[in-house]
Design a protein around this ligand. Structure first.
Ligand SMILES: N[C@@H](CCC(=O)N[C@@H](CS)C(=O)NCC(=O)O)C(=O)O
Length: 221
């Protein structure tokens, strides 16, 4: 069986978990405290980052590369459209969330509030938290603008772009940092994606010391 070395609230790990689950690839989840730099872990991924996936006798890192590998090896159900333009748009949006959103929002909210505590690195820096809380509004508005024109973020079918976005937002939702009342279309999109069977394991996550809000696992909010 596949093994995924992960941490529960990591958006990169969550994106891979969603892809694996959507494609019904059974996978054992193994929590990896990457900051402890266990030598076995460093052998698996010298970059010392999660996720790391062991599948078909291969050890793989980098969530975007893993998701594209899964797409090529397990094409059904598909998470990438067929046309070059549509594929470009999926990749652009995956980068938007894993690069821009991660830098401007996830690292300022989740890493300050959760990772610092779990890693014993002190208290959240309130300037970062304030900045992340301000910047997420722009991203939610951008998503609303996209979703006013499309059924899913990158077009009319659900793709990896939706999983990338949902991975970040679900981690932030665990710590109540998403204002779902800001946009009805974004809330509806999240309710739709959250109710997929692939999301179940993510909604069941429990991080010691951090209790999710009651709506976190509520499929109707
Ligand atoms: N580009 C990598 C980023 C993965 C990443 O940054 N993971 C975080 C956890 S959310 C990590 O392992 N950080 C450790 C580090 O940066 O040293 C991917 O997409 O897999």
């Amino acid at each position: 069986m596949a093994k995924l070395f992960h941490v529960p609230l990591s958006p990169f790990c969550r994106k891979v978990r969603l892809s694996l689950a959507e494609k019904r690839i059974e996978c054992e989840l193994i929590e990896e405290r990457y900051w402890e730099q266990d030598p076995d872990f460093l052998r698996r991924n010298p970059a010392a980052k999660v996720p790391v996936l062991r599948l078909d006798d291969r050890v793989m890192s980098e969530s975007a590369a893993i998701c594209e590998y899964l797409e090529e090896m397990y094409p059904e159900p598909s998470l990438m459209p067929k046309g070059a333009e549509e594929r470009y748009e999926v990749r652009r949006l995956v980068s938007w969330f894993d690069d821009k959103f991660h830098h401007e929002v996830t690292s300022k909210l989740l890493y300050e509030r959760v990772n610092k505590k779990v890693m014993g690195q002190g208290f959240p820096d309130s300037r970062n938290v304030k900045d992340g809380a301000k910047r997420i509004k722009y991203h939610l508005d951008y998503m609303a603008w996209l979703l006013d024109q499309r059924r899913w973020l990158a077009g009319d079918v659900m793709t990896l772009a939706d999983f990338a976005a949902a991975a970040h937002l679900s981690s932030l939702d665990y710590i109540s940092d998403v204002d779902w009342n800001r946009s009805e279309v974004v809330k509806d999109w999240y309710a739709k994606i959250k109710s997929r069977p692939a999301f179940r394991s993510i909604l069941a996550d429990q991080v010691p010391g951090f209790l999710p809000p009651p709506h976190y696992a509520d499929l109707d909010f």
